[in-house]
Design a binder for this molecule. Structure first.
Ligand code: MN
Length: 228
């Protein structure tokens, strides 16, 4: 007898570059305001406002190369980010041990219904309505750290229709990857399957149906997504 009373929901799993196997996702943590220039463009003060986190849902990750323009918004923004995938976890992970838990990295996008996020901010409500919507996290295949190491530096760039809109460097993150893992592990039990979107550099902006987004993270990979 099937032990579940409904059909089992499909597991979200990230393709792994050069492999038939996939990486099953447990939780999706996202870091906000992790690049000073982006903090400033969003009206914050990087000296006073430290990074923070929010969450998306595992099934918001999408690997099809298409981003359907979402309902209930007329101001949808791209945020170019590096995804960090954990192969193990724990609590109170020291910064110097944090990278031992990383399986790999991928280029991804934290697509945002900016108008709905703005209303939520104004009303001091949670951000899910602006962040955790259908297919809101287009993601490239994971590249194992065993192949590329742990990138600390490298150009992060997004082109929309061939024109550069976002530029930054991994070394400009306020919380580096080991620090974000360590920080999250103080508040949550991290585990294999957890992924972290590490924040976006400045230059976020709107997309329209038909736009083509090309993410490039030096040393990590590319992601090509069409807005449909
Ligand atoms: Mn973001």
């Amino acid at each position: 007898m099937n032990k579940y009373v409904i059909p089992t929901p499909p597991a979200s799993a990230i393709p792994v570059s050069g492999s038939e196997q996939t990486f099953p996702v447990r939780r999706v943590y996202c870091i906000g305001r992790n690049y000073a220039a982006h903090t400033i463009e969003m009206g914050g003060d990087p000296d006073r406002d430290p990074p923070f986190f929010f969450q998306k849902n595992p099934d918001n990750l999408d690997f099809t190369g298409e981003f359907p323009y979402p309902v209930k918004s007329s101001d949808v923004h791209h945020e170019t980010e590096m995804l960090v995938a954990l192969k193990s976890g724990g609590t109170n992970i020291p910064v110097e041990k944090a990278l031992d838990h990383v399986y790999g990295y991928a280029a991804c996008l934290d697509m945002t219904r900016r108008d709905l996020q703005g209303e939520a901010k104004e009303l001091r409500r949670p951000w899910e309505i602006g962040k955790a919507f259908e297919r809101s996290a287009p993601c490239a295949p994971l590249v194992p750290a065993s192949e590329i190491g742990h990138p600390e530096k490298g150009l992060v760039q997004l082109k929309v229709n061939g024109k550069v809109t976002q530029t930054g460097d991994l070394d400009q993150m306020i919380w580096k990857v080991p620090e974000m893992i360590s920080y999250l592990s103080e508040y949550f039990d991290l585990a294999a399957g957890d992924v972290i979107l590490s924040g976006t550099p400045s230059g976020v902006g709107p997309v329209q149906k038909g736009d083509v987004m090309d993410v490039m993270i030096e040393g990590v990979g590319d992601l090509h997504v069409t807005v449909v």
